[in-house]
Design a protein around this ligand. Structure first.
Ligand SMILES: Nc1nc2c(ncn2[C@@H]2O[C@H](COP(=O)(O)OP(=O)(O)OP(=O)(O)O)[C@@H](O)[C@H]2O)c(=O)[nH]1
Ligand SMILES: [Mg+2]
Length: 196
């Protein structure tokens, strides 16, 4: 897989707009500002292929990044952004539902949560949604922004996340940071293992 051959292919709001390929897809879900777009850039060694912003709610479409015609990394729109109207939240739910429940090319969803905080009610709903939509898969949770914690805090918080999200032995929790590159190799290893 040549990471230099990565490009955004499609920004979709409805399923008719998804790429018409059978390439395996790996999707990143999580609340606004948790670091989904930053993580995609980090995985691809790119500064700004995926739009990153200090302003939450930046990614409001499903963005498909074509990696060398081998896989797609899929940036899902974030949740938990307070300034959304009821209608916007509804269309977010429809968009996520269509994708998570129906997309055959989707091989694995990764749920990103902030390593510094207790998961929100929406994070807990999201993990249940993923479990229900994809009962055959391990749940992969990525704990982001670990550079903001010291070693002891990180250890405590990873244990807290396991408890709060009811992670089992089959589930995987990966500490990740775009600042220190923690977790980057692990995520690629998981992706490569799944497509092999
Ligand atoms: N310190 C630190 N900051 C990070 C890390 N990852 C992301 N950030 C910062 O967090 C903010 C939000 O990152 P995004 O990647 O835009 O978050 P997102 O999940 O894509 O947000 P939406 O598109 O709104 O859903 C930006 O200011 C990033 O620079 C990290 O590992 N460490
Ligand atoms: Mg984003």
């Amino acid at each position: 897989m040549n990471l230099n051959k990565a490009d955004i292919t499609v920004s979709a709001v409805k399923k008719e707009q998804y790429p018409k390929t059978i390439i395996p897809e790996f999707a990143f879900a999580g609340r606004s500002n948790v670091g989904k777009s930053s993580m995609i850039n980090k995985l691809l060694n790119r500064k700004s292929l995926a739009r990153v912003s200090g302003t939450p709610g930046k990614t409001i479409t499903i963005n498909f990044y074509n990696i060398d015609d081998t896989i797609f990394l899929v940036d899902l729109p974030g949740y938990g952004y307070a300034k959304r109207s009821k209608k916007e939240i509804e269309s977010w739910g429809d968009m996520m539902g269509d994708y998570l429940n129906q997309r055959a090319q989707l091989k694995q969803v990764m749920l990103l949560v902030d390593s510094r905080h207790k998961p929100s009610e929406e994070d807990k709903m999201m993990i249940e949604w993923i479990r229900t939509a994809r009962p055959e898969d391990s749940v992969i949770v990525i704990a982001t922004k670990t550079d903001k914690l010291n070693k002891r805090e990180l250890k405590e918080n990873l244990e807290m996340l396991e408890r709060e999200l009811d992670l089992t032995e089959n589930d995987i929790l990966v500490p990740f940071s775009t600042k220190t590159d923690e977790g980057k190799i692990t995520v690629w290893d998981m992706i490569n293992m799944i497509i092999e």
